[in-house]
Design a protein around this ligand. Structure first.
Ligand SMILES: O=C(O)[C@H]1NCC[C@@H]1O
Length: 352
């Protein structure tokens, strides 16, 4: 059967779907209008202000779902970048996304966005809103495989901060930056287990922490105010001391969105925190496991550096991404739900 597109209005948007450790990545390959701006950060602002209907069209139902994630490839103003990217989720636009970098590394090599692929690894420089991230993609016999990346300087922003969390009282959290800011706290503080508790309970606790930190801790980033916001909360199993055993965490980000992967930017921030506390040394590789799916990334601090006045580290994160499909999305003129809506099991219907 020769599949035809139905009669539609507006652009046809083509995507390639992938996943990294279970976390989806919808890579937008054509159909988007020009994203204006003279930097990746200003393009992020432009997309938020002028093109947000397209994010909802692709991320929300009926084409996406509550926990969908996307990447829009854009031009970068940095000469050494092979590509620029904007990240999108259920509520807006992120500044860093490790699971997406792992998938995009493969995508870039497979789709010849880099010059000549090299074996055993091809370097892909991806300009994310937080800065230049270097991905190293396994490449052999014409096939791409696992990906490791070096993120932007990561640093512990504040440790042992007491916040008052609705429903839980005073909670002590750490705040760390790995291209995006996260609050970290052991799930045990809420009587929960990141591997065994109901996802809904983990989401409720993490969301309450996010709300508290957002209102009670003022964040700042040395290079741009656009980076100074709390992206989410990561509940951990509390096993921060170095060990060859995996340590589990679950990341709840954006609007109570649950990462299926161990969270590349979260692993970056968590390694920076562990390094800051003297719990891990340079080049000690730790395995991080998703409490949601059991999928794993590895992470290690590879170099000391600075970010403004913060002592920072370059963190290497490694994982594997897979392709799941290719789609072309359209909108029929008489479809009242075509613009996208969100439904989760806890809240009311939210049309967009
Ligand atoms: O791997 C990561 O860094 C991302 N996954 C979804 C939330 C984060 O952006």
């Amino acid at each position: 059967m020769d599949l035809q597109l139905p009669p539609h209005e507006g652009a046809v948007i083509s995507v390639v779907d992938m996943h990294t450790g279970g976390e989806p990545l919808r890579v937008i390959v054509s159909g988007y209008p020009e994203v204006r701006g003279d930097s990746v950060l200003s393009k992020r602002r432009y997309a938020r202000e002028h093109l947000d209907h397209l994010r909802r069209f692709l991320m929300h139902e009926p084409r996406g779902h509550y926990d969908m994630y996307g990447a829009l490839i854009v031009d970068s103003e940095i000469p050494e970048a092979d590509l620029g990217v904007l990240f999108m989720h259920n509520d807006g636009y992120s500044t860093m996304c490790g699971h997406a970098v792992i998938a995009l590394g493969r995508f870039a090599v497979d789709n010849k966005l880099v010059k000549e692929p090299q074996s055993p690894e091809t370097q892909v420089n991806i300009h994310c809103p937080c800065g230049l991230v270097k991905a190293f993609v396994e490449y052999s016999g014409g096939k791409t495989g696992g990906v490791r990346f070096h993120s932007v300087p990561a640093f512990a922003f504040a440790t042992d901060v007491t916040v008052t969390v609705e429903g839980f009282g005073e909670v002590v959290v750490d705040v760390s930056y790995g291209g995006a800011f996260y609050a970290f706290v052991s799930a045990q503080r809420f009587g929960l287990d990141v591997n065994k508790s109901r996802t809904r309970d983990l989401v409720d606790a993490a969301t309450a922490v996010t709300k508290a930190v957002k209102s009670q801790v003022k964040l700042h980033h040395p290079t741009s105010d656009d980076l100074a916001f709390l992206y989410g909360t990561i509940l951990t199993d509390g096993k921060d001391e170095f060990s060859s055993d995996p340590t589990a965490n679950i990341c709840v980000f954006a609007e109570a969105q649950v990462d299926r992967s161990p969270t590349g930017s979260g692993v970056t921030a968590r390694v920076a925190l562990q390094y800051h506390k003297g719990l891990i040394q340079l080049n000690q590789t730790r395995t991080f496991q998703s409490g949601a799916t059991g999928s794993q990334f590895t992470g290690k601090a590879v170099q000391e550096t600075k970010c403004g006045g913060f002592r920072a580290v370059v963190v290497e994160v490694a994982g594997r991404a897979f392709y799941t499909g290719v789609s072309r999305f359209v909108q029929e003129p008489d479809d009242e739900l075509a613009h996208g809506f969100l439904l989760n099991h806890q809240g009311p219907f939210r049309g967009s």
